[in-house]
Design a protein around this ligand. Structure first.
Ligand code: HEM
Length: 507
């Protein structure tokens, strides 16, 4: 681990970047005492030139965050579900790094902002790195991935004013009613967790857990914080945003320093492909798998957390992506942005490098640390220094037969989109949760200038529950509106694998 590279007591001499000792770190070479500087002073030039290149692009989303190291430990047998090596033997442990984040703000923004939280996990298995790039909410804003950059733009700054803009945000939400379930979670107090580590994590998407014989199931992964999901009310979150914008980073760091190690129990929810065929909402129980504990703070934030590169496409044999279009688009997006943010050899950075040897035909490029030595850079028949291939299991995945014409398809909104939000509002939330939700929404929607946007969004709330919509209308002082009219649920195109329509309990 990178944290072991430098110790506090290694007797290091102060040096230039080529390791040459320098006696006086603050002294620049000049002609005389006041004279001009000398170009020959490599120490000085080295220092300035490196300083000028310290910044790398921040993440385009999830720029603000905190992270730590620890381990995953398998506590239950799930070999009936997957042949992944991580899950072979109870007691198996793997080094793990987690980075938590907010989504919309820049790297200096407040930790207590109302936003979903990222929950990105890198588990270093003996079959390569498994990244679980999760959020703290079980659903998502959209199911057509082409909407993602538009949506994110509306959460960020206006191109002209360079301000966050409530009209922009709610213009998007009110035009894209499939976001309603996520909005109700976001504007409940779940939208302002108490620190980064006091919250649950959810895969959102389904993945496939696959056995060597080709049998597979859809899986959602849930991480439940052993200390419970703690939240802040809007007033406290707002106050902390001003008084201590780094509240979440600080709480995580101090918890680990004080040996109050944050931990989560890992569960899976499984659904067979046959069950998916009839899927509406079944109650799929949570099955325990293991635990994750964070017990080590990074020694160096930049090296070990900022440079960490998580991707849903960093998976291992025994786990596969489902056909969820949003997941499929993410499989491309993350490594692409990593190459931009960290360079083509981002997987060689110590925090990202797998603990197993990497043997392939990728060579060279900027920042190559591991050249793979003399191993041939093509499939050689003459070199003894080649690689072994994993035995190939020639199995077909039943229920995975895709055929059709290429088409640009946009999923339409139906009554199905409102069933789970309605259940959340009327059955899951307590009376006080509902009051907070209404106040939190009123604070945000009340800041919108456009009466059209407000009315359009109120119609979406009314399609969830007329009482909810009317209470918000009253709180922001506008007329009540009729529910948005949508097609019946029977016309919904089933999206068995999609984050927008998963069966999850938010409690
Ligand atoms: C079309 C949908 C999505 C796209 C295109 C997308 C794209 C991105 C991109 C480009 C980043 C920056 C990564 C980096 O710089 O390393 C990111 C970060 C992240 N995304 Fe997404 N995202 C999408 C949806 C989601 C969903 C549904 C989840 C969770 C279920 C999620 C969780 C995260 C997390 C946790 C991070 C931060 C990773 C870190 O801490 O380094 N994203 N996303």
């Amino acid at each position: 681990m990178p944290s072991k590279q430098v110790t506090n007591n290694d007797n290091a001499l102060y040096t230039t970047s080529n390791g040459a000792p320098v006696a006086r770190p603050y002294a620049a070479e000049k002609i005389g005492v006041h004279g001009p500087l000398l170009l020959q002073d490599f120490h000085h030039i080295d220092l300035l030139a490196h300083f000028n290149r310290e910044r790398i692009p921040e993440r385009v989303v999830h720029a603000k965050g905190a992270g730590a190291h620890g381990y995953f430990e398998l506590t239950h047998d799930i070999t009936d579900l997957t042949s992944a090596s991580l899950f072979k033997k109870i007691g198996n442990r793997a080094r793990t790094t987690i980075r938590f984040s907010t989504v919309g703000g820049e790297s200096g923004s407040a930790d207590t902002a109302r936003d979903p939280r990222g929950f990105a996990i890198k588990i270093r298995t003996d079959d390569g790195n498994l990244d679980w790039v999760f959020n703290n909410t079980p659903v998502f804003f959209l199911r057509d991935p082409a909407k993602f950059p538009h949506f994110i733009h509306t959460q960020k700054r206006d191109p002209q004013t360079h301000l966050k803009d409530a009209d922009m945000t709610w213009d998007y939400f009110s035009q894209n009613p499939e976001s309603i379930h996520q909005i109700l979670i976001l504007y409940s107090d779940r939208g302002t967790p108490d620190g980064y580590h006091n919250m649950h994590g959810y895969s959102g998407h389904t993945f496939k857990f696959v056995r060597d014989d080709g049998e597979w199931v859809y899986v959602q992964v849930h991480l439940r914080a052993d200390g419970g999901f703690k939240t802040l009310d809007s007033a406290t979150a707002g106050r902390l945003a001003g008084e201590n914008p780094d509240y979440g980073i600080q709480k995580l760091f101090e918890a680990i320093e004080n040996k109050q190690y944050p931990s989560w129990t890992v569960y899976v929810q499984t659904m067979t492909p046959e069950q998916a065929e009839q899927f509406r909402y079944n109650d799929f129980p949570l099955r325990p798998v293991g635990k994750i504990v964070l017990d080590e703070n990074p020694q160096n934030y930049f090296a070990e957390i900022e440079q960490a590169a998580f991707s849903p496409s960093h998976i291992v044999p025994g786990i596969e992506p489902s056909a969820d279009p949003v997941l499929q688009s993410r499989l491309f997006s993350y490594p692409d942005t990593h190459r931009h943010r960290l360079g083509v050899n981002y997987q060689q950075l110590p925090v990202n490098a797998p603990v197993v040897p990497v043997a392939n035909f990728q060579r060279d490029g900027a920042g190559t640390f591991v050249s793979q030595g003399a191993r041939p850079n093509y499939q050689s028949t003459i070199s003894s220094l080649t690689y072994r291939s994993k035995p190939y299991a020639d199995t077909e995945h039943k229920h995975e037969l895709w055929a059709g014409h290429a088409r640009a398809h946009l999923h339409e909104i139906t009554e199905l989109d409102f069933e789970q939000p309605r259940n959340l509002y009327t059955k899951v939330l307590s009376q006080s949760d509902r009051e907070h939700l209404i106040n939190n929404i009123a604070e945000a929607l009340g800041a919108v200038k456009s009466t059209e946007i407000k009315a359009r969004q109120l119609a979406i709330f009314a399609a969830v529950d007329q009482g909810l919509s009317d209470a918000i209308a009253k709180a922001i002082g506008v007329p009540t509106v009729q529910p948005l009219v949508v097609a019946s649920a029977d016309e919904a195109v089933p999206l068995k694998t999609n984050v927008g329509q998963t069966t999850v309990k938010v409690a």
